[in-house]
Design a protein around this ligand. Structure first.
Ligand code: PGA
Length: 256
């Protein structure tokens, strides 16, 4: 059985000061809350180092939002896995749909980034998802299958053990439209079966598959009641400590 994880993706939000205030508040609220799932936050690059100092020694993990596939060199504006490790990250989000759509990242590049992250000692949160058009054309499984096949190309069992997958239908991100629990479950099961076909049943059952796209304290409990949803990657609702914690408390928060 896969563990449960609630991850916040802050995107391009929060100054260093705001990020530090959020992290100290979150640390305080979560102290001694051993009943909650694993918690990950992902501030923008500029705030990573400062936030890592604030959460050091706590149960909160730190993820970056992107990585460059090279170790170092002439790549103006880019950040390597080694740099992210040094800044205190233990995870990195790779292949978010905003990176795919707005910055032209393709599956092949995403595969290189996954290798770079694993090589640098970072656990990837590998994002996949179909667009509205692909869903309307009923091509979502074909698209997700291709993203998995090309994204995970040449990754072995040890690698897959370290990867969290985030299924985020592009049409549900930041739109207020959540996939219904049944729609999400159908895709999560498809993803788990795909992993089972490639890496075996045992590994597939341990793989954390997060749902992302307009997750809120109101809809999390129903999503989490689905057998193949192991947590959430939360954007907008992760920017406020109160709503982020209410999402993590989904077991006691039945849609409040
Ligand atoms: P959202 O973003 O929760 O604001 O829809 C999710 C994401 O992009 O990871």
């Amino acid at each position: 059985m896969a563990r449960t994880v609630i991850a916040g993706n802050w995107k391009m939000n929060k100054t260093i000061g705001e990020a530090v205030a959020f992290a100290s508040n979150l640390r305080e609220v979560l102290a001694d809350r051993h009943d909650l799932p694993e918690i990950i936050i992902s501030p923008p690059f500029t705030a990573l180092h400062a936030v890592s100092a604030v959460i050091s020694g706590s149960a909160i993990s730190l993820a970056a939002q992107n990585i460059h596939e090279a170790d170092k060199g002439a790549f103006t504006g880019e950040i390597s896995g080694g740099m992210l490790r040094e800044a205190g990250c233990n995870l990195v989000i790779i292949g978010h749909s905003e990176r795919r759509v707005l910055f032209g990242e393709k599956n092949e590049r995403i595969n290189k980034k996954l290798f770079a992250a694993l090589g640098a000692g970072l656990n990837p949160i590998f994002c996949i998802g179909e667009t509205l058009r692909e869903r309307e054309e009923n091509r979502m499984k074909e698209v997700i299958g291709e993203q998995l096949k090309e994204g995970l190309n040449n990754l072995n069992d040890n690698d897959i053990e370290r990867i969290l997958i985030a299924y985020e239908p592009v049409w549900a991100i930041g739109t207020g439209k959540t996939a219904t629990p049944a729609q999400a479950q159908e895709m999560h099961l498809f993803i788990r079966n795909w992993i089972a076909g490639r890496y075996g049943k045992e590994l597939s059952e341990e793989t954390v598959i997060l749902y992302g796209g307009s997750v809120t304290p109101q809809n999390i409990a129903l999503l989490m009641s689905q057998p193949d949803i192991n947590g959430a990657l939360v954007g907008g609702a992760s920017l406020d400590v109160g709503s982020f914690v209410r999402i993590a408390e989904y077991k006691s928060n039945q849609g409040v």
